[in-house]
Design a protein around this ligand. Structure first.
Ligand code: NAG
Ligand code: NAG
Ligand code: NAG
Length: 387
């Protein structure tokens, strides 16, 4: 689309010209390549959801009786869990013997495919958010893992939006609760009531962005191979741009400059962002504004058609019966403690609510240099209880 391209160029021209000649290197590796780099041989699977989306699932094979699934957050991919190499969660869990599977939801760089729709031509392809990620993508991914391992149940670790989609699944398809031995929710997100107090500009920015994107009928956000995705990554992985992107990242996720290893930053920004839908962000904004963990609000008429009520209904948290361990960071500005505490109270089967002290922020769960000390031992401990 010409106008989309023009708009993107207008926004990013000042920064691309000096950078575009440096093509990112690490960013060219897929999960399999990254795994090899860190001494692991990965397998890849394509699986089709009931509504026709083709997802790419990765696996670092291990003990088949210990299947473990990792679900990533918004705008990212399975790669989040391995780009820290030997210090990453995926490698740590694999070294501990687990059969590590990694999901990729519809719409990111790996799962931008459908049996009939073309993501570049069919706007309908992009009508998805946490609801579809949970109801279809996570359900299908769990079935794939269980089919391939011959196990009845797996352990699940979700990060950020990966926790929200697990709540959607547990509430909407309660039979899946029995397929999950234990769910470890990292930087958990369900209600988003207090985030706005930590980040007052978020709502305004979000709404402005949605209005702008709607105006130009833009459905995909920061697609990995789209102009905006490539430019953002080029800008953020070098020199001045890198410093700026690092600041923004720390501002949004919580200030912990020591968590991120300096040398790691360029590499990080070769992989991030990797694409999602506008609808995904819009649903987040609705949950934030309404202070309700509710289904997507289509407006009264379509709501009535879809849900039988003019108001989009709440997800029924009481149906989420799986064993849950919540792990929150004291300094997390996206999953703030007030919100995760509320989850701990409202979810019916929370076994433990654990807070990582001091400066631990939203992104530290994935990339902090302290994870090896403050996070991984805890995760391994919990998993060990549910072998
Ligand atoms: C990662 O650990 C493996 C096994 O311990 C080692 O062989 C490899 O050199 C390490 N890689 C890096 C990049 O540190
Ligand atoms: C997708 O878009 C193409 C081209 O506009 C159109 O011919 C096709 O019918 C659309 N498919 C679906 C499933 O909407
Ligand atoms: C898992 O196996 C069942 C039964 O054979 C099959 O119906 C289903 O399609 C499989 N699902 C996946 C995602 O592989």
């Amino acid at each position: 689309m010409l106008y989309k391209t023009l708009i993107t160029i207008l926004i990013f021209t000042p920064v691309i010209l000096s950078h575009i000649k440096h093509a990112p290197r690490d960013g060219k590796l897929t999960f399999t390549g990254l795994a090899l780099k860190y001494g692991k041989v990965a397998e890849e699977y394509d699986v089709t959801t009931k509504d026709g989306y083709i997802l790419k699932i990765y696996r670092i094979p291990g003990d088949k009786t210990k299947p473990l699934l990792l679900m990533h957050g918004i705008l990212t991919t399975s790669d989040d869990f391995i780009i820290r190499g030997n210090d990453s969660l995926a490698v740590t869990l694999s070294n501990a013997g687990y059969d590590v599977w990694l999901g990729n939801y519809r719409g990111n760089r790996y799962s931008r495919r459908h049996i009939t729709m073309d993501p570049d031509k069919n706007a309908t392809f992009w009508k998805f958010g946490p609801h579809e990620h949970g109801y279809y993508d996570l359900a299908t991914t769990i079935d794939l893992v269980l089919n391939n391992t011959g196990e009845d149940r797996l352990s699940l670790i979700g990060y950020s939006e990966g926790t929200m989609i697990t709540y959607v699944l547990g509430a909407e398809r309660p039979e899946y609760n029995d397929k999950i031995k234990v769910f470890i929710a990292l930087a958990p997100i369900c209600h988003i009531n207090k985030m706005i107090e930590a980040l007052p500009f978020v709502a305004k920015l979000g709404y402005d962005m949605i209005r702008f994107l709607k105006l130009f009928k833009i459905e995909e956000l920061f697609g990995f191979d789209s102009l905006s995705g490539i430019m953002t990554r080029n800008m953020c992985s070098q020199s001045v741009g890198l410093q700026m992107c690092r600041r923004i990242l720390l501002l949004v996720s919580g200030y912990d400059p020591d968590g991120l290893v300096k040398e790691f930053m360029p590499l990080l920004f070769e992989h991030y962002p990797a694409g999602t839908s506008m609808t995904n962000v819009e649903h987040f904004m609705q949950i934030l504004t309404s202070k309700r963990f509710a289904k997507f609000d289509y407006g009264p008429v379509k709501n009535f058609e879809k849900y039988g009520s003019k108001i989009a209904p709440d997800y029924n948290l009481n149906k989420i019966t799986m064993n849950i361990y919540l792990i929150a960071g004291r300094n997390d500005r996206l999953s703030v403690l007030a919100d995760s505490r509320l989850q701990a109270k409202e979810l019916p089967n929370v076994k433990e609510y654990f807070v990582i002290e001091k400066k631990f922020n939203h992104i530290d769960f994935l990339w902090s240099r302290q994870s090896r000390q403050v996070l991984y031992p805890k995760v391994l401990d919990i998993l060990d209880k549910y072998r």
